[in-house]
Design a binder for this molecule. Sequence first.
Ligand SMILES: [Zn+2]
Length: 255
Amino acid sequence: MKRVVAGLAVAVLALTACSTGGPDEPGPGTSQPNPAPQGGSPGVKTSGPYPFGTVQQKAPPIENGQVPLIRRITTDKPYVFLTMDDGAVQDPDALKLMQQNGTHPVLFLNQKYVKGHEAYFKQILDATGATLGDHTVNHPNLKGKPYEFQRKEICDDADDFQKSLGIRPSLFRPPFGNYDQNTLKAAAACGMRASVLWTAAVNDGHVQFQVGDKLRPGDIVLMHFRKTFKEDYTAFVEQAKKDGLIPVPLADFLG
Ligand SMILES: [Zn+2]
């Protein structure tokens, strides 16, 4: 996995969390098998398990025709975000694992991998509270490519998912984390509201941190649909628990 080159300004989310939680609520690490969404004030999303209060945060606005670039989420709550990329290997146990833990990941999928496996991914999306993301059709390195090439890769992925899965993604991740200004413009033109990178990754059953030796609140974690899905997924769940963090839907923080 190539390291992200910080060539563009990173948009850091301003904290706009609306908290109903308190110190007497269930502590981090407490098992939370899909607890009922908590009530909230009008306009507050409650699609995920929020033992520390419901949350609604907005993505930074589209400026100069470019979607904001998100590396992590600013939050004072012990929340962490899981993302699963590509879709190259369809582990038959993925659905069961995700239902057991309620990790609410974003699936940044490529149409070239989803093709022929629509039912597999549709079932996961329908049954686990996962969010569908756009990751281009063919997983090319977009950086430096002409605008029209990039726009087609991003828009066609979203268009195809709308037809084949009945869902149009609005979060985007550039393959390899490589992007330029045309990428951010093309993503905006295709209806995306943010381009999402990551601050930790799981490979071969090990969580790798960009900073320090543990997951921090607001970290966005990358794993893949690979042969090591079980090991990677389990490593994430155990690391989050160890660090007192609860996985919640990223889309709720990038409204
Ligand atoms: Zn990828």
